[in-house]
Ligand binder design. Structure first.
Ligand code: CTP
Ligand code: MG
Length: 335
């Protein structure tokens, strides 16, 4: 299994840096898009505060974690401090308010795993999902954004991996493949494992930021401006990292025994987490520990069919990176 993992990278890998960087740059959202998102958030805040003066709105997900590509939808969390709040009632009320303010396609999905109100703003053309009190998501958004500030290669790698996953249609949790959030954690873990390491383990350094959310203590080192040189001993380029990322997930990762853990900055054993067998719908065929909700395996959506699809895609990508004369085209070919 590990034979191919130690195979030497193709000799001309660095000729691929320029084309990969070009793809990365083409995916970065332009400044005016960010401004429109802020504008929409401000107008939503006004509406919400009329009904719930104490409430706050937070951006989370890709529009706030710095891993958002151009033209993404935005994710918003409405935080209301009320112990006996009925989420469905609030969502329906919220949908009412938004509807009467001429927002389009307003829809309350009260029975989804994460209940939300969906809407489209006709002024900016942006679509938006609003959830209630999902504060853990706001905190993990900050963790991802802080990691991105340490070394620019994380954002480059994650954009390329997300773009690949969307092109190959393996970024669909309802189809048993992985969320964008899971792919970004895979990238962070991978860069923590390089030697010399490109990223530190922020939850392993004395915490400078700490909040308790739903009984989960979320603590990590967040003075990342002091870590800007952390990865500078490692000179690996983006093309080399893309190659190594896919080789790792194709041939290097021990799917049978290992869990990837950004929290620990390493892999840990499935046995230690008791993730060795199927429990209910959690099959643990690829294990990605959530950095804060540590009993949560982000790979739990993956079933015995979709694991074959996923691993097939990792192997395809690894082969292309090793042998194809034109990897930047072939890799992203629509499925
Ligand atoms: N999230 C989470 N737990 C999950 C999935 C998502 O906490 N199992 C939260 C994370 O804060 C994540 C956000 O929901 O950043 C949005 O998830 P997702 O849509 O997977 O990621 P995005 O970064 O928004 O990616 P995309 O650009 O594809 O929208
Ligand atoms: Mg999103």
């Amino acid at each position: 299994r590990n034979l191919k993992w130690i195979i030497k990278c193709r000799g001309d890998i660095d000729t691929l840096n320029a084309p990969f960087l070009e793809i990365y740059e083409s995916l970065i959202p332009p400044e005016e898009e960010k401004a429109k998102q802020k504008q929409l958030l401000a107008s939503l805040e006004k509406l919400v505060c009329k009904e719930w003066p104490e409430a706050r709105l937070y951006l989370y997900g890709s529009c706030a974690n710095s891993f958002g590509v151009s033209k993404s939808d935005i994710d918003v969390c409405l935080a209301i401090n009320d112990a006996d709040l009925n989420k469905s009632e609030v969502l329906l009320k919220l949908a009412d308010i938004l509807q009467s303010d001429n927002l389009q396609n307003v829809q309350a999905l009260t029975r989804a795993r994460v209940p939300i109100v969906k809407l489209r703003d006709p002024v900016t053309g942006i679509s938006c999902d609003i959830c209630i009190n999902n504060v853990l998501a706001v905190v993990n958004t900050k963790l991802l954004r802080d990691y991105a500030e340490i070394d620019g290669r994380l954002r480059q790698l994650a954009f390329i991996v997300k773009h690949w996953a969307k092109s190959r249609r393996i970024n669909e949790t309802y189809q048993g493949t992985l969320s964008s959030y899971a792919y970004v954690l895979m990238c962070i873990h991978f860069l923590q494992q390089r030697r010399p390491a490109i990223l530190p383990c922020l939850q392993g350094i004395e915490a400078t930021y700490s909040v308790t959310v739903e009984d989960v203590e979320c603590a990590f080192f967040d003075q990342v401006e002091n870590l800007r040189n952390f990865g500078s001993h490692n000179k690996e380029t983006i093309a080399h990292l893309v190659w190594a990322f896919f080789s790792y997930w194709a041939y290097g990762h021990d799917y049978a025994n290992s869990v990837i853990s950004v929290r620990e900055g390493s892999t840990i054993s499935k046995r230690k987490k008791d993730w060795t067998r199927r429990v209910g719908n959690d099959r643990h065929l690829i294990c990605i520990e959530d950095p804060f909700e540590t009993s949560h395996d982000l790979g739990r959506v993956v079933d015995k069919f979709s694991i074959r699809v996923l691993r097939g895609e990792f192997e395809r990508a690894a082969e292309i990176m090793q042998h194809d004369p034109n990897p930047c085209i072939k890799l992203f070919e629509p499925y």
